[in-house]
Write a protein that binds this ligand. Structure first.
Ligand code: EPU
Length: 424
C-alpha cells in the first residue's frame, strides 16, 4: 500500500491540465455493450476505476486495447456474457452501470447486488424501479440482481430522488425499448449529458438531456462510434481549492468552466480571483486566509457533493465560521475527524459540519477513507505547517490521474512512498 508524504507551505504556481472525467467515462464504457462493434474512446483517464470497468467488460466478452496513453479501443463483437460477478462489483459500485446496457442489448443482466460504501448506503432501488417500468422482471437471488425482459416497452418514469446512475441506466435501456420513455426528475449532471451525446452519436433519439425531463424514443438498432470524454469537473474544482488554500496562482487548462460554475462562484465568495479564458481558468488567492462561506451540496447545477470534502479543507483555515451541509449522502463527513487531527476546528452535527477557521493547520499522519476525503487531506497537507502523511491512498488512485505529478508540476512537495506500517 502507498502513502503520500507532503511538506506543506508551498504556494501552487503554474499550469495544470485536467484529465477526462471519471464519472463520465464509466457509463460511456458500459454503453459500448449496447451494440456489437468497434469503438474508440478518447480522453480516457488512466484510473483504477477505469481499469476495473475494463476488467468487467472483458469478463463480459469485450476486448480492449490502449491505442494511445488516453485512447482506448474497444471491440464488443463477441460480448455475449451477461453476468457481472461479485469480485468486480465489490471493487467498484459503478459496475452496476452495465445493468442498463446489458438489458438494452441482450434483454438480460445478472449483476452482483452492490453493498453500501464508506459514504453511505447507496441503494439501487430506483434503478430497479425504472427497469421494471420498462417491462423487466427483477429477482434478487444469492446476492445477485437478475433482470430479464421479453421485450422492453417505453414508459413514464418519475424518480423519487435525483439519481445520476439511475438516470444513466434507464437511458441505456430505454434507447432500445419500443416507443417513448420519459424520465422525470432526471439527473442534469454533465456526465449524464455526455452519455446522452454518445448514445445520440450511436443513433439514439434523445431529447432534454441536461434538463429534468428526458425523452427517449427507442430505436431498432444503433451503431458503434468514436467518442471523446468530457474533462473532469471535480478534478478541476479540486485543483482550484488547492490553489485557494496555498495562496497560489495557477492556470487550470482544458476544463469546461460552465460545468463548475457553482464551484467557481463559491470559491470567489471565499475570496479567490478566478477568470475564464476559453477552456482555461486563471485562479489566484491573494488573501492571507479565505473568507468563511456556507456550503450546501445539491444535485447539479448546485454545489457538488464530490467537492464537499475539499471545500471543507479550505474552510478549515478561513477567517470566520462556515457551515458545510451534506444533503446527498448520509455518511460523507469522515474527513472531518482526520482534518481535526491536523488542528482543524470542525464539529459535525448530523449531516452538517461547523468549521471554525484556524490560522494554520499542522502536518499529521492521517488516513484516507474515500476518494474525495483523500483529496481533502492532500489539500490540507499542502497548506499545513510541517509534514503530512496521507495513508490508504489507493482511494485517490481510483479517481485522480497522476495527482502527485500534477501537484509537483505546480511546485508542491508531495511524494509517493510505500507504507510499511499498513501491511501488504
Ligand atoms: N439513491 C437512492 N436509490 C437509488 C439510487 C440513488 O436512494 O436507486 C440515492 C443515493 O443513496 C444518494 C442519492 O440518491 O443518496 C444520489 O445518488 P446517485 O444515484 O445520484 O449517485 P451515484 O450515481 O451512485 C454518482 C457518482 C458519485 C457522485 C454521485 C452524486 C459515478 C460513478 N458516481 O454516484 O461520485 O457523488 O453521483 O453526484 O458517477 C465520486 O466520484 O467520488 C462519487 C462518489
Amino acid at each position: 500500500m502507498d502513502k503520500f508524504v507532503i511538506e506543506g507551505g508551498e504556494r501552487l504556481q503554474g499550469t495544470v491540465r485536467i484529465s477526462g472525467s471519471k464519472n463520465a467515462v464509466l457509463p460511456l464504457l458500459a454503453a459500448t455493450l449496447l451494440r456489437k462493434g468497434t469503438y474508440t474512446i478518447g480522453n480516457v483517464p488512466r484510473l483504477r476505476d477505469v481499469n476495473t470497468m475494463i476488467r468487467l467488460l472483458e469478463l463480459l466478452g469485450v476486448k480492449t486495447k490502449w491505442a494511445e496513453e488516453n485512447r482506448l479501443s474497444i471491440d464488443t463483437r463477441d460480448a455475449e456474457n451477461h453476468v457481472a460477478p461479485y469480485d468486480v462489483v465489490k471493487e467498484m459500485r459503478a459496475s452496476v452501470l452495465v445493468l442498463g446496457s446489458l438489458v438494452g442489448a441482450l434483454r438480460k443482466a445478472t449483476v452482483s447486488y452492490p453493498g453500501g460504501c464508506a459514504i453511505g448506503e447507496r441503494p439501487i432501488n430506483l434503478h430497479l424501479k425504472g427497469l421494471s417500468a420498462l417491462g423487466c422482471d427483477i429477482n434478487i437471488r444469492e446476492g445477485y440482481v437478475d433482470v430479464t425482459a421479453k421485450s422492453l416497452k417505453g414508459s413514464r418514469i418519475i424518480f423519487d430522488t435525483i439519481t445520476v446512475g439511475g438516470t444513466e441506466n434507464i437511458l441505456m435501456a430505454a434507447v432500445r425499448a419500443k416507443g417513448e420513455t420519459i424520465i422525470e426528475n432526471a439527473a442534469r449532471e454533465p456526465e449524464v449529458i455526455d452519455l446522452a451525446c454518445m448514445l445520440k452519436k450511436m443513433g439514439a433519439k434523445i431529447e432534454g438531456e441536461g434538463t429534468e425531463v428526458i425523452r427517449i424514443r427507442g430505436v431498432d438498432d444503433l451503431e458503434p462510434c468514436d467518442y471523446d470524454v468530457i474533462p473532469d469537473r471535480i478534478e478541476a474544482g479540486t485543483f482550484l481549492a488547492a490553489c485557494g488554500i496555498t495562496r497560489g496562482n495557477i492556470i487550470v487548462e482544458r476544463c469546461v468552466p460552465r460545468h463548475i460554475k457553482a464551484i467557481i462562484d463559491k470559491l470567489k465568495e471565499a475570496g479567490m480571483d478566478i477568470v475564464e479564458d476559453g477552456d482555461s481558468l486563471k485562479a489566484a488567492m491573494t488573501r492571507k486566509r479565505p473568507i468563511a462561506v456556507d456550503v450546501k451540496t445539491i444535485p447539479y447545477p448546485g454545489f457538488p457533493t464530490d467537492m464537499q470534502a475539499q471545500i471543507m479543507a479550505l474552510m478549515s483555515i478561513s477567517k470566520g465560521v462556515s457551515a458545510v451541509q451534506e444533503t446527498i449522502f448520509e455518511n460523507r463527513m469522515m474527513h472531518a475527524a482526520e482534518l481535526r487531527r491536523m488542528g482543524a476546528d470542525i464539529r459535525v452535527i448530523g449531516h452538517a459540519a461547523i468549521v471554525k477557521g484556524k490560522d494554520m493547520l499542522s502536518g499529521a499522519k492521517v488516513m484516507a477513507t474515500d476518494l474525495r476525503a483523500s483529496a481533502s487531506l492532500i489539500i490540507a497537507g499542502l497548506a499545513a505547517y510541517g509534514t503530512t502523511e496521507v495513508s490508504r491512498i489507493y482511494h485517490i488512485d481510483r479517481g485522480y490521474e497522476s495527482i502527485e505529478k500534477k501537484l509537483r508540476g505546480l511546485g508542491a512537495k508531495i511524494v509517493r512512498r510505500k507504507d510499511e506500517s499498513m501491511g501488504h
